[in-house]
Every structure is written in C-alpha cells, then in structure tokens.
Design a protein around this ligand. Structure first.
Ligand SMILES: [Zn+2]
Length: 144
C-alpha cells in the first residue's frame, strides 16, 4: 500500500506557525504526527481540493452578479454585517456544501474516473515517496 507525504505538514508530522515572532510547533492532526497519509486520505484530500476549486469559481462568478435592484455582492456583504472578504469565504463554504451534495449524485464510475484523473494528473498533493523519507527529513545536521 502506497503512502503519501502529508500535504498539511509536508511530511514532518509537525505543524509550524509563527506567533509573536516565535516559531510554534504542534502535532499535525491530518497525519497523526506520522508525516504520511494513506491512499484513501490522499484521494479525499484531492476531492476536497477539487470541491474547493469549483466552489471558489462559483463565488467569483456570483461576485459579478447584480440583481434587478442593482444590488450585488458588496451590498449583501454589508447587509449581513460582514466584510467583503468574510462574505466571500462564507459564500465559498455555502457553495462547497452544494458541490459535495451534487457529487453524491454522480455514478461510482464517474467518481472513480475523477479520482484516477486527480491522482494521475493533479500534482500538488500527489507526492509518493519511499519509507526512508521520514528518517531523512527528521534528522538534521547539527554543525558541532
Ligand atoms: Zn501531517
């Protein structure tokens, strides 16, 4: 069974972020600190990525729409008390839900074709690697 580099932590098993100019570390929950994910998780990641791409495109298109009263995206954002950016993110979430719903109506053959296309043609997450990778990435050369 192939293992894949975790896209969340780039195979380190740790999440790193900066807070008050200091590097903070935490366990990567996506891969349970292992740095690797299995085939099913990788496929789910890709499907989620695809759902997000479609949802963002839908939101970008609706951003340009104006109703018969001349009210558009900015108007509805202001009306809901959100910034344009917050409203956009909210709109993407809403669209992601409906895209996921639509995907459940696809035939298993189509889903499989889509997964195969994703895992062979879409590059960002598909990083197969050998078992020795983890040792290599974790060991760091200390110059003394
Ligand atoms: Zn991870």
């Amino acid at each position: 069974m192939h293992k894949y580099k975790c896209p969340n932590c780039q195979g380190t098993g740790k999440q790193v972020w900066e807070e008050d100019f200091k590097k903070q570390f935490d366990v990567c929950y996506h891969c349970s600190n292992t740095g690797v994910i299995d085939h099913e998780t990788m496929e789910n990641d890709l499907l989620n990525q695809l759902v997000n791409v479609i949802a963002v495109k839908m939101s970008e298109l609706s951003k340009k729409e104006v109703n018969e009263n001349g009210e558009g995206f900015e108007f509805f954002a202001a009306e809901s008390g959100l910034s344009d950016r917050e409203y956009f993110i909210h709109d993407v979430w809403k669209n992601e839900k409906s895209v996921i719903k639509e995907l459940t109506f696809l035939s298993p053959q189509f889903i499989n074709a889509l997964k195969s296309l994703l895992t062979t043609k879409i590059q960002p997450i598909k990083k197969e690697f050998k078992e020795e990778f983890k040792e290599e990435s974790v060991s760091e050369d200390i110059p003394f």
